[in-house]
Design a protein around this ligand. Structure first.
Ligand code: PLP
Length: 346
């Protein structure tokens, strides 16, 4: 058998796995347990929701984009009554709106929220929402897949009980592993929920019992070796550049895109720049022009430009420029703007 560098790797040790978990915890500013789930981020998102939503309980699902809509389905499927707080896709939810929803429905035990929405280009103010949820006594499950490394993510300071991240967006890493930081209150909720997944790919409790509570000495299953290597490499790169610099690079790309779009005569979709996400910028297409057509035309001008048409309810008039990971770079932004300019001229 011939040697292959991707195939003939030494096994990943428990110590190495635990060390990568600690590096993720540092990135998330948390002292909570971190589990590196061996699948794309939808795995810990579904695991967290199905674990935390007791049958018969009430959950508040904040819908500011496509992922929130999916969370509602999981919550209902887990037997929870779902109160939906839907927000138009041109703005973020406010802490006051969350507080009002909690006041109207005192029985709410769980709040699911997306931090940054790559699909709509908004970022929700978790710093203000976290304390409101904590004061109500509910758990907060946050999808921070698109915000981690693009903007501050202060898991413990904000009171996030279940914080889910993936490496494929601003971290510039692999999509095949993900992570969730689980706080003490969340572990208790999961343990008390008779319907929480157990002996299942979705089970966070399995990881607690078989990995964390046994001192992280032996991995319960063969880890995704290549993805774990890529995750460690992307953490190396973030630590080398410095998290603050990575965040500043994303902020800079977002500001440059917004300004450039305005210069092209385009209207930013997200009205208030303070609501805009650092991972993606959305713009309104001019009257009478379909977003799909404009995106296709821009991609003819430059097939490599990170431009896509919107999805869901805003598919017709929303165009999106992605600027995360290696694309959070002024040169990439300028390329996208040039392609958009060429498409508009046509
Ligand atoms: C990208 C992303 C995910 C991960 O989902 P994929 O569609 O599989 O990439 C989850 N949540 C949010 C908010 C994301 O932006």
């Amino acid at each position: 058998m011939s040697h292959h560098p991707l195939l003939d790797l030494p096994p990943l040790t428990a110590d190495e796995f635990a060390a990568t978990e600690r590096r993720i915890a540092a990135l998330l500013r948390t002292d909570n347990d971190v589990v590196i789930t061996q699948g794309e981020a939808l795995l810990p998102l579904e695991g967290a929701i199905r674990g935390a939503a007791r049958p018969g309980s009430t959950a508040l699902n904040v819908v500011t984009g496509p992922y929130g809509r999916g969370f509602g389905d999981w919550l209902r499927d887990a037997g929870a009554k779902v109160v939906e707080l839907a927000v138009p896709s041109d703005r973020a939810v406010t802490a006051d709106q969350v507080a009002e929803a909690l006041e109207r429905n005192p029985g709410i035990e769980l709040v699911s929220l997306v931090h940054a929405e790559a699909a709509t280009g908004i970022s929700n103010p978790v710093a203000g929402i976290g304390p409101v949820v904590r004061a109500h006594g509910a758990l907060l499950m946050l999808d921070a897949v698109a915000s981690v490394a693009a903007e501050p993510l202060l898991t413990d300071a904000w009171g996030v009980d279940l914080c889910v991240v993936g490496a494929q967006k601003a971290m510039g890493g692999p999509a095949g592993v993900s992570a969730v930081a689980v706080g003490e209150r969340a572990w208790r909720r999961l343990a008390d929920n008779p319907a929480a997944p157990r002996h299942s790919y979705l089970s966070l409790l399995d990881w607690k019992e078989r990995w964390i509570d046994t001192g992280r000495r032996a991995l319960p299953h063969a880890p995704a070796r290549l993805e774990m290597l890529a995750l460690a490499a992307c953490l190396d790169r973030i630590e080398e550049e410095g998290l603050d610099a990575v965040i500043a690079r994303h902020r800079g790309a977002a500001a440059r895109t917004r300004e450039g779009a305005l210069d092209l005569g385009l209207t930013p979709y997200v009205t208030d720049a303070r609501d805009a996400a650092p991972v993606a910028t959305t713009v309104r297409t001019p009257q009478g022009i379909h977003a799909g057509e404009l995106a296709a035309s821009a991609l003819v001008a430059d097939p490599g430009a990170p431009i896509t048409a919107g999805t869901g309810p805003s598919a017709a008039d929303m165009l999106r420029v992605d600027h995360y990971g290696p694309a959070a770079d002024p040169a990439v932004v300028d390329r996208a703007l040039a392609a958009l300019g060429a498409a508009l001229k046509r």
